[in-house]
Design a protein around this ligand. Structure first.
Ligand code: TYD
Ligand code: MG
Length: 457
């Protein structure tokens, strides 16, 4: 007789084990293994049309990217929606995922009036009335969007087969389930199975499918590793609840560059695109005070000017505190050590707080010079000269190293009205000759030179 096999599956990474374990050996999560029944191994459907074909003979149709009508979203997608792609949009609850997809579906049809069939918006979380209420707030008439409140995949596919939508949105992947497996909706097994079904459908029918995914308390989309390798594109919607800015970031994209970002602002009438984020992030910058620097940073291929603030104050505890928002605290500790060692800044007894204004999270090394100059400015209580911005990587012996996209960074600064850039000396020689002559370029070789140039000492 066929025996029903029981396995234990980690709900955070999808690793399996024949026995229950308190700690997942793969991702280290505690108490994340739950029992799942595998009563049969599913036969993967054979596709008779898949014979090997010469790469040279594969032809592409001319318009294989569909513009969403939202420029910032197109940018993150790598220039629009690719036919047959599976796109995951993740983010904290209430960040605006449902708002974004609804706005996208509406503007998609304004941008592409030639689309034959409606879009299908499947919501497992909200009732039809609630969706209509949201559409009213967003001023969306919704003629081309069909909404469905349903969570069973089999029923959803029945509707899909009947209406052949031009785009499908599943909001959210954690609420849908397939009857083929017994585990509860939202479990790794269900999420993977439903995503796989949708992937097969998307590839087979050339229909783009958007999945909305929730982020768990630990900051990962439930079953992240399971989903991330199934889908073509993973977009994360980030932002602080306290701030109105929302940043859409591509962390994986089979059809475009990753680390592109789109910037939005949550307003009363929904998400508004911010086409010039530099101006937004610098709008409330205090002038002529110590402990603030403007850094030209590059996200993907896009330069953005951001303000970095530091507060250095005498510590009242034995161990000084180092708290950062928006930058890696380990990187800051390293740079503090470099400052102590090479320019003799006595930060050993000082608390250091750093904050990237506007809720951005920066990981690129070109931000180092900003961290160094801001800390030095706050420590010495000297403001950085107005109209100066910086960028550059700092090495362990205090040398300033060249960075990529130097020209783009300088152009962005000049566009916003800055008069001087402090940059790695090695970048100076490689710059294109036609870079704006009205901006002064100060090349620096080590952090001592950089601090002197920035603080005018
Ligand atoms: P929502 O799209 O429901 O978030 P998610 O689907 O990611 O859980 O976003 C809801 C939040 O957005 C809610 O806190 C209210 C806010 N909001 C606005 O500020 N303006 C608007 O026009 C809408 C529709 C929502
Ligand atoms: Mg939602």
């Amino acid at each position: 007789m066929h025996k029903v096999k029981t396995i234990f599956e980690c709900q955070s990474c999808g690793a399996t084990s024949p026995k229950w374990l308190g700690k997942c050996p793969d991702c280290g999560a505690w108490n994340s293994l739950t029992e799942e029944k595998q009563d049969r191994i599913k036969a993967i459907k054979k596709d008779s049309s898949s014979a090997p074909q010469s790469l040279a003979t594969i032809t592409l149709e001319s318009e294989d990217r569909l513009s969403t009508g939202i420029e910032e979203l197109d940018r993150v997608l790598g220039g629009g929606i690719v036919a047959g792609s599976l796109i995951l949009i993740g983010g904290d609850p209430g960040i605006g995922k449902s708002t974004l997809v609804l706005q996208m579906l509406s503007s998609l049809f304004v941008q592409n009036p030639g689309l034959k069939n409606h879009a299908l918006y499947v919501s497992g979380e909200e009732s039809l009335k609630q969706i209509r209420l949201r559409a009213n707030r967003l001023n969306i008439s919704g003629q081309s969007v069909s909404v469905l409140s349903e969570t069973c995949m089999e029923n959803i596919f029945d509707h899909i087969k009947r209406m052949k939508p031009s785009v499908i949105v599943i909001d959210s992947i954690q609420t849908v389930f397939t009857q083929e497996i017994p585990s509860a909706p939202g479990s790794v097994g269900q999420v993977r199975e439903c995503a796989l079904k949708l992937m097969l459908f998307a590839k087979g029918s050339e229909t783009p499918v958007f999945l909305v995914g929730h982020v768990t308390k630990e900051g990962a989309i439930a079953g992240p590793r399971v989903l991330e390798h199934i889908v073509d594109t993973v977009l994360y919607f980030e932002g602080d609840r306290g701030h109105a800015y929302r940043i859409l970031r591509a962390v994986k994209n089979r059809f475009g560059s990753t680390n592109e970002i789109g910037v939005f602002e949550m307003r009363d009438g929904g998400l508004a695109e911010i086409t010039n984020p530099s101006e937004l992030f610098l709008s409330e910058r205090p002038l002529s005070v110590s402990g603030t620097t403007v850094v030209s940073t590059v996200e993907g291929t896009r330069p953005i000017m951001v303000e970095l603030q530091a507060l250095v104050s005498q510590s009242t505890f034995g161990v000084p505190r180092r708290t950062t928002i928006g930058v890696d605290v380990n990187r800051v500790n390293l740079l503090i050590a470099v400052l102590e060692k090479t320019v003799g800044l006595h930060l050993g007894g000082m608390d250091v707080f750093l904050n990237v204004v506007g809720g951005l999270r920066i990981t690129e090394p070109a931000f180092d010079l900003g961290i160094i100059t801001t800390i030095a400015s706050s420590f010495r209580e000297l403001p950085i000269r107005q109209h100066v911005f910086v960028f550059g990587e700092v090495g362990l012996s205090g040398e300033i190293r060249g960075v990529s996209h130097a020209e783009a960074r300088i152009r962005e600064g000049a566009k916003i009205g800055f008069k001087e850039a402090i940059l790695p000396f090695s970048n100076l020689g490689r710059l294109n000759a036609n870079i704006k002559p009205e901006i002064k370029l100060t090349g620096v070789r080590d952090i001592d030179e950089a601090i002197k140039a920035a603080l005018d000492i």
